[in-house]
Design a protein around this ligand. Structure first.
Ligand SMILES: C[S@@+](CC[C@H](N)C(=O)[O-])C[C@H]1O[C@@H](n2cnc3c(N)ncnc32)[C@H](O)[C@@H]1O
Length: 190
């Protein structure tokens, strides 16, 4: 039996995102930040065979790189075998060469932004990839820590609170039992 794919998400939230993708008839899905490929596989497998699936990830972008590179490559291969038009683009999501490669495969029905969670990167990912998709989702909108927290910086909640009041339709999936992790925000562009 295959080992379960490592998923850096709350199960109910990522399934909720996939439900939205299915309801919206998504046939092309871009993911910025895939690590082991857990969310990529979980969402893609709910989409019609033949859907275009594009992942962007940063070589050596995680401490678990040796394992995450191998697992993400395996997810892309698995999706291809299942008949998906799956593509992997390695590089910094903010680099022009990466944006150009993604644009050449677009436009997309949906993009899920889950890479570098600091404000400058989230803003750039939104401004670079948001216009390529009619639905834009963000991970970690519900991340919440005490002010003295010294771990990885996650600015997505601040960004999301700003962007969700921009007059566009949006949905929030905040189902994580701890109430201080995860959270997915979905924004409709049109
Ligand atoms: C939180 S993990 C993604 C988890 C994945 N979406 C899931 O739920 O299974 C973040 C990923 O973003 C990648 N990343 C970080 N900064 C990046 C950047 N500037 N460009 C592209 N990928 C980046 C990291 O290498 C890492 O694999």
């Amino acid at each position: 039996m295959e080992p379960p794919m490592k998923l850096l998400q709350d199960d109910a939230e990522i399934d909720g995102l996939a439900d939205i993708m299915v309801r919206e008839g998504v046939k092309s899905y871009l993911e910025i930040g895939s690590k082991f490929g857990g969310s990529l596989l979980r969402v893609a497998e709910r989409l019609p065979a033949g859907s275009r699936i594009v992942s962007v990830d940063l070589p050596k972008g995680t401490k678990a790189w040796v394992q995450s590179e191998a697992e993400l490559k395996a997810v892309i291969a698995k999706l291809r075998l299942k008949g998906f038009d799956a593509h992997m683009i390695w590089g910094d999501s903010t680099a022009k060469s990466v944006i150009d490669q993604v644009r050449a495969l677009g436009p997309f029905d949906a993009v899920f932004i889950d890479a570098n969670h600091t404000l400058p990167y989230v803003e750039k990912d939104f401004s670079n990839y948001g216009p390529m998709a009619r639905i834009v989702a963000f991970h970690d909108i519900a991340w919440c820590r005490a002010p003295e927290w010294v771990g990885t910086r996650i600015d997505v909640p601040e960004f999301w609170e700003r962007i969700k009041t921009s007059g566009r339709r949006y949905a929030e999936l905040k189902l994580c039992p701890t109430a201080k992790n995860n959270g997915i925000g979905v924004l409709w562009q049109g």
